[in-house]
Design a protein around this ligand. Structure first.
Ligand code: ATP
Ligand code: MG
Length: 217
């Protein structure tokens, strides 16, 4: 039987989306032979309440950014609701939507280390294959600080570490080439009237200017 196609879920506030996100997603798409990377802009993330742009703007910027890459798609599953979105629910819905595919949840190592604070984290770990991206200077070794990890069960396969979890599942941790761009820096630059050229697609830059986003922090 043919192997199922693989789908990667890439959630974030994307406030705004930038080349750090896009480059990371593209590297993982190639490395894990993902058929699609689904970008999922969050609504009002429970752990990140200082989001600056409205969900509809963040969604629109992500739409502009992913157009042109057939391997990238966008989902409005989180940002159309009034309620804060929880990964556990998004995951269940995405598994229904992509039934028959292997669904991977992509997150940064920083996010993975924060998982104990997430709503129903254990359920997420039980139901999702995780792809954790480590970008230098965050060392892959840092993953061993996580209480979910079985420290004696770690194998390198090329650029990817396969790490056993205490619940019996296996997580993949990939080291990706860092692109030192953050949404925080972009918002600050706009508010201070500095240039954001080459940090994000031109279409997104124009959208920010036209809609006067991030002028005041
Ligand atoms: P902020 O500065 O507001 O925290 P951000 O740039 O970190 O924003 P998020 O929307 O918080 O962007 O990130 C979504 C996901 O993308 C997270 O899993 C985060 O680890 C990852 N990510 C953010 N910036 C980069 C980058 N430059 N390279 C690779 N991954 C990134
Ligand atoms: Mg961040």
């Amino acid at each position: 039987m043919a192997e199922p196609t693989r789908i990667g879920l890439f959630g974030g506030t994307f406030d705004p989306i930038h080349y750090g996100h896009l480059r990371a997603a593209e590297q993982l798409r190639e490395l894990f032979e993902l058929e699609k990377v689904v970008f999922i802009p969050a609504n009002n993330p429970p752990l990140k309440r200082n989001t600056q742009a409205l969900p509809r703007h963040r969604f629109e910027m992500a739409r502009l950014a992913v157009s042109g890459n057939p391997g990238f798609v966008l989902s409005d599953i989180e940002c159309t609701f009034e309620e804060p979105s929880y990964t556990v629910n998004t995951l269940a819905e995405m598994k229904r939507q992509y039934a028959g595919s292997a669904v991977y949840l992509i997150m940064g190592l920083d996010a993975f280390l924060e998982m104990p604070k997430w709503f129903k984290a254990e359920e997420i770990l039980a139901n999702a294959a995780l792809i954790v991206m480590s970008r230098p200077p965050l060392e892959m070794e840092m993953i061993k600080a996580s209480a979910y990890i079985d420290k004696d069960n770690c194998q390198m396969e090329g650029k990817v570490a396969r790490i056993g979890l205490k619940n019996g599942n296996v997580l993949s941790c990939a080291s990706i080439s860092p692109v030192y761009i953050s949404s925080t820096d972009i918002r600050r630059a706009v508010s201070e009237g500095r240039t954001i050229k080459y940090l994000l697609p031109e279409s997104v830059e124009s959208y920010i200017i036209t809609n006067e986003l991030y002028k005041k922090l």
